[in-house]
Write a protein that binds this ligand. Sequence first.
Ligand SMILES: CC(C)(COP(=O)(O)OP(=O)(O)OC[C@H]1O[C@@H](n2cnc3c(N)ncnc32)[C@H](O)[C@@H]1OP(=O)(O)O)[C@@H](O)C(=O)NCCC(=O)NCCS
Length: 150
Amino acid sequence: MNKEDKIIIRKATFKDLRACAEIFRIESAKSPYNKKKTPKKALEGIREDFKGNDIYVAIIDNKIVGFIMVRVDSGIKNQLWINELWISKDYQGKGIGKSLSLEIENIYKKKGIKVFKLVAHTRKGGAQGFYRKLDYNLDKSMVFMEKTIV
Ligand SMILES: CC(C)(COP(=O)(O)OP(=O)(O)OC[C@H]1O[C@@H](n2cnc3c(N)ncnc32)[C@H](O)[C@@H]1OP(=O)(O)O)[C@@H](O)C(=O)NCCC(=O)NCCS
């Protein structure tokens, strides 16, 4: 990606989902996510998600290089969940994740959204540091809990 390459951000269509599924499948297989999905399962998953979420894609030189998936909270009117944000490896660290996030803030601010929420991985390779740079803070009213039974 060169400085003159223009990022286009637009709402995803059904046809875009295959490219998004591949980015998700490849990037989420890495640490700390370690998801193992076949191309078929990844595509089925994102097609299912597409029914209830809005997806926006980032395009450079006619190629989808990342996407963000969001959903307005079903219970709290002014709140939006950022459910996924994935940038293809070769395009990470070039401002695309930030552009997608800021575009979402702009679009949904106009729709009355005031609170943007997400779950971020705290481990190395996770996105907590990225979101902190974008002025996201910890929601101290919530904590993940779990119990493993054998
Ligand atoms: C995390 C991710 C979405 C960030 O998108 P990106 O396009 O690579 O990030 P940007 O280039 O827009 O970075 C914006 C700023 O955040 C910083 N940043 C990016 N990723 C970071 C990370 N993982 N930790 C800390 N800071 C990070 C950048 O250095 C940059 O800082 P600057 O403004 O001071 O220069 C992307 O790298 C990615 O898809 N990673 C793998 C998957 C993932 O973790 N997804 C989120 C789970 S849903």
